[in-house]
Design a protein around this ligand. Structure first.
Ligand code: NAD
Length: 290
């Protein structure tokens, strides 16, 4: 096996970056967690600490029993991408927006060592397009993590047009260090999972908008009739309605196919700040902490 990846750069400390950072620290890797301001970073580390403490109180496996201070000490936060100079691997989890991601990659390309692989955590953005704004497109790979990251063992790995077999091997090694497995798919926007999931969620929103059923009843049908653990609207709240809207926009723009047009109700809810679990309300209501 190749040399262990010891220090990992995690860019973006939102829903996904927070989960990735926690998972890496629990698996004894050093983490450099980057976001645009200190308050977002403080919220992320506060949330990780709370999750670790809660897991500690509930028992769990040996790793989770490790003292939360020991795990937290592996996570260093920063607002400066220059702190990624020494990392062995990067997972980028910034906002699902082309302009945001396109601005980050040329910077890290200049900062990180030439052999470092960049993993793009995205719901729908083309990995080939991301590779194109770097000087190392053969070392850019898609890694579509599932939420909540520490609890999900399968990851959709996306091979961009220029991604090499060596990079795929490094990606697999990285996932194995995280205790996960990957399914490798080719690069078309939305990949496998979100080409199907985003259409399903969007159609479920249209059902509510058209008054066919309430959000509760739409989800009850998927849980009760199909045995799904969660319905499409509960899933949308977990992902974040803003992220769903961004993903549909990317799919719509990429395929120029009207089937991906976002439901007006989804746009309205996002504009109203109803972003799902992370904001305390989406199709359903959630308790908020801190
Ligand atoms: P989020 O909005 O919760 O977090 C994004 C974070 O990126 C924010 O904290 C923001 O401040 C930060 N950011 C923006 N620009 C930055 C920059 N230039 N430098 C550093 N940080 C920056 O979004 P999320 O749900 O965590 O999604 C992140 C990525 O993961 C997206 O591409 C999304 O499509 C993908 N994804 C999300 C889910 C999900 O369930 N939410 C699942 C799989 C993949």
């Amino acid at each position: 096996m190749a040399k262990t990846l010891e220090t990992i750069g995690v860019i973006g400390a939102g829903v996904m970056g927070t989960g990735v950072a926690q998972n890496l620290a629990q698996k004894k890797m050093q983490v450099r967690l980057i976001d645009i301001n200190e308050s977002i970073l403080a919220k992320a580390t506060g949330q990780i600490e709370q999750t670790l403490r809660f897991a500690g109180m509930m028992g769990g496996d040996e790793e989770e029993a490790e003292d939360s201070d020991v795990v937290m000490a592996r996570i260093r936060t920063s607002t400066d991408l220059n702190d990624l100079k020494e990392v062995d691997f990067v997972v980028e989890n910034t906002t699902e927006n082309w302009a945001v991601k396109a601005a980050v990659y040329p910077q890290i390309d200049a900062i990180c060592r030439p052999e470092v692989v960049f993993a793009v955590n995205t719901s729908a953005i083309s990995i080939t397009r991301v590779g194109g704004v770097t000087q190392r497109p053969e070392q850019v790979v898609g890694m579509h993590f599932m939420n909540p990251v520490p609890l999900k063992s399968m990851v959709e790995v996306i091979r961009g047009h220029h991604t090499t077999d060596d990079t795929i091997a490094t990606a697999r090694q990285f996932l194995s260090q995280m205790g996960k497995e990957g399914v490798v798919v080719e690069d078309y926007p939305g990949f496998v999972s979100n080409r199907v999931l985003m259409l399903t969620v969007n159609e479920a929103v249209f059902l509510v908008q058209d008054g066919v059923a309430t959000a509760e009843d739409v989800d009850r049908i998927f849980v009760g009739c199909f045995g799904h653990k969660m319905g499409p609207l509960g899933t949308a709240d977990l992902i974040g309605l803003d992220t769903i809207l961004y993903s549909l926009d990317v799919l719509y723009e990429s395929y120029n196919d009207p089937k991906f047009r976002p439901a007006p109700l989804l746009k309205k809810m996002v504009a109203a700040g109803l972003h799902g679990r992370k904001s305390g309300e989406g199709f359903f209501k959630y308790p908020t902490f801190g």
